[in-house]
Design a protein around this ligand. Structure first.
Ligand code: NAD
Ligand code: WQD
Length: 338
């Protein structure tokens, strides 16, 4: 049985990926500082999969702690989700973001190298593309992040590429996620943002459970069919299975670096998401129109053919599935894990 270490495995995408990994027969260990998550997510992932993964509460920037975990676990590969992810926080405090995300990864890679663990899957983001010239966006599109968070992702991609180039015993996959939403269909795990949600789907869910009166809708004057911005929303369980496919591909391709878009190739507008969430929740979901949010683009949509071809993976779940499963989580956990 293959063993994997999941950094950030108590977080939103990490916890769903842990479930998919355990269900596929992997032995899973999690390293998470719990800076933006709860150990309850690990208990719940264990409940879904039938056994609880090992959890070490540690920070990726703490070299001796990371070394202790890696020597204790002896993983065949590392899935690296750990990091800070708020775009506005990164704009307000860029040095915190650069230090946190870059140092976490540099320390992790250093310890992996020292321990002879040279296989990594990294959580990158479509945010590395910034404002795209062409749609859908292929992996070959120019990268020009529009905020410090996006720059940390791009610099980490470069860091990993250089490590692979320097030593052919390394192999890595850089996964550029589009807009992950939804939850495990059990409703036992899901997205659990602290404070006011910055993203569309968690905000709508908090309106649906009565925590917020209405959605602020940012921009109805985009050059799109209904005037609201278009995004490629992907179900978090499709994303989780994309990680499994990437891990398997790494086994087949030592010495290589792969970059994949993980998206559906389809886009939905903000108004379409609201309509789908109304259908799933039965809530009227009122909204108030505001000006465009600074930094937002009119449309972002993946060209996902490379992942389909190399990994034999594609997203299968619909927007209705995403809304139904997100609601299964939020309606049973109106305050998340708190
Ligand atoms: P999340 O905040 O729910 O999960 C991140 C996890 O990492 C949390 O459990 C947090 O406690 C942990 N963590 C943070 N810094 C750490 C450190 N230094 N050491 C150990 N643990 C640490 O976020 P998520 O939405 O699950 O995102 C996971 C990854 O995917 C992140 O790297 C994020 O940048 C990336 N990503 C997310 C999205 C998205 O929309 N959610 C899109 C693209 C990429
Ligand atoms: C979607 C649409 C908003 C909130 C972000 C990050 C990106 C990636 C995924 C990590 C936009 C509109 C939103 C609200 C709204 N994360 N909206 N009211 O901006 O595409 O991507 O998450 O890598 O880096 O930037 O996602 O969900 O914030 O917004 O009208 O309260 O919903 O303007 O058009 P985004 P989002």
């Amino acid at each position: 049985m293959a063993k994997v270490l999941v950094t950030g495995g108590a977080g939103y995408i990490g916890s769903h990926t842990c479930v998919a990994l355990m269900e596929a027969g992997y032995e899973v260990a999690v390293l998470d500082s719990l800076v933006n998550s709860s150990a309850d997510a690990i208990d719940a992932a264990g409940e879904i999969a039938g056994h609880r993964p090992r959890l070490d509460v540690a920070d990726c920037r703490d070299e001796s702690a990371v070394e202790k975990v890696i020597t204790g676990v002896h993983p065949d590969a590392v899935l690296h989700f750990a990091g800070l992810k708020s775009v506005p926080d990164s704009v307000a405090d860029p040095l915190r973001y650069y230090r946190h995300n870059l140092e976490s990864t540099a320390v992790l890679l250093t310890v992996m190298e020292r321990c002879g663990v040279r296989r990594i899957v990294f959580s990158s983001s479509a945010t590395v593309y910034g404002e795209p010239d062409e749609l859908p966006v292929p992996e070959t599109a120019p990268t020009r992040p529009a905020n410090p968070y996006g720059w940390t992702k791009l610099i980490i991609e470069q860091m990993i590429a250089d490590v692979v180039r320097a030593d052919p015993r390394w192999t890595a996959a850089l996964l550029r996620y589009f807009n992950p939403v939804g939850a495990h269909p059990s409703g036992l795990i899901g997205e659990d943002p602290e404070g006011v949600p910055g993203n569309l789907m968690p905000y709508l869910l908090q309106v649906a459970v009565g925590r917020r009166p209405e959605l602020p809708l940012y921009g109805t004057d985009y050059p799109t069919p209904d005037g609201t911005a278009l995004r490629d929303y992907i179900h978090v369980m499709d994303l989780a299975h994309g990680h499994l496919a990437a891990l398997e591909h790494l086994e087949r391709s030592p010495g290589q670096l792969h970059t994949y878009n993980l998206g559906t190739g389809r886009a939905a507008s903000v108004l379409e998401v609201i309509a789908a969430m109304r259908e799933a929740t039965g809530h009227p979901l009122p909204y108030q129109v505001h000006d465009r949010r600074p930094g937002d683009v009119a449309e972002l949509r993946a060209y996902p053919a490379k992942a389909r071809q190399d990994l034999d993976w594609s997203a299968t779940r619909t927007l209705a599935d995403m809304c139904r499963d997100a609601w299964a989580w939020q309606s049973t956990h109106p305050r998340g894990f708190r």
